[in-house]
Write a protein that binds this ligand. Sequence first.
Ligand SMILES: Nc1ncnc2c1ncn2[C@@H]1O[C@H](COP(=O)(O)OP(=O)(O)O)[C@@H](O)[C@H]1O
Ligand SMILES: N[C@@H](CCOP(=O)(O)O)C(=O)O
Length: 319
Amino acid sequence: MAVFTSVSLDDVQPWIAQFPLGQALALKGIASGIENSNFFLTTERGEYVLTIFENLNFEQLPFYLRLMEHLAARGVLVPAPVPNDQGELCVPLQGKPAAIVSKLEGSSQLDPQPVHCAAVGAMLAKMHLAGTDFPLYQPNLRGLAWWHWATPIVLPHLGKAEHDLLCSEMHFQEAFHGSALYKRLQQGPVHADLFRNNVMFDGEQLTGFFDFYFAGCDTWLFDVAVTVNDWCVDLDTGVLDVARVRAFLDAYHAVRPFTPDEQEAWQPMLRAAALRFWLSRLYDLHKPREAEMLTPHDPAHFERILRERIATPAPALHA
Ligand SMILES: Nc1ncnc2c1ncn2[C@@H]1O[C@H](COP(=O)(O)OP(=O)(O)O)[C@@H](O)[C@H]1O
Ligand SMILES: N[C@@H](CCOP(=O)(O)O)C(=O)O
């Protein structure tokens, strides 16, 4: 269940008059998702997704919605927000911020093959390049500062082995993030949560990236590492599948060539990306929010990935 705020077609009818979409014809709640209330919305102009934001507020939302608008205008396959007659992308509905975005065709590819990884890699590189002239700034809100804040909260809940791993990896990442090498890495707007469930495919055709609500400005390489750690991994062991990694990285590199600095930072960045999700899953498990996090994701999956990245070097970014 992911409709926290209920809304009917009758509620939407007067509200939608401010959008250039004609009348609303149908509204259907979307079951998946854990953060917001999402609905498929059919209007006289076509199919859209209506989102009522449960946690983000009117000050926070422009970064995400304007980023999607910016990327869509540059040919990156992402949902395009629909402005109302005042040019606003986010307007109140049932007292909460709400937005309408274009509906992506297809479904998530949960068993990706190299061909899917290549499509995601190429589109991610295109997205990074398209974001270079995006004028708004917000840091990655799940970056090093959040890790510092969350670590002492989760540590008391951990056994010795996990406690030691978290402490030692935080030390390692502090040194890495403070290094001259890290500071030379290219930065810009990143998705920061581009997992399999946040990309649509129609067969082998990628139709779009969505769920931009963890986006922020961070290193492009962090985004690559987050995505590889999900798309190219054996889910049972955390081991990287070399064919999928190569397909992903080669396709990315063909659009936006990796730099020598990125090559050098690749192994620690894969560890950073694993730590980020291990920590957020630990936090969600031990400090659950009231209604939203109905089934917390398993932290052990990312603990396994982190241990594996420490133990085994991943394939190089490029030859
Ligand atoms: N623009 C879109 N086009 C098509 N389907 C979408 C779109 N946005 C969301 N969805 C559907 O809604 C579901 C929940 O969206 P998601 O952004 O993951 O929710 P939450 O933010 O609550 O986690 C997705 O799994 C997908 O099926
Ligand atoms: N991808 C994260 C959790 C974020 O959830 P999402 O459904 O909004 O992508 C994880 O797997 O821990």
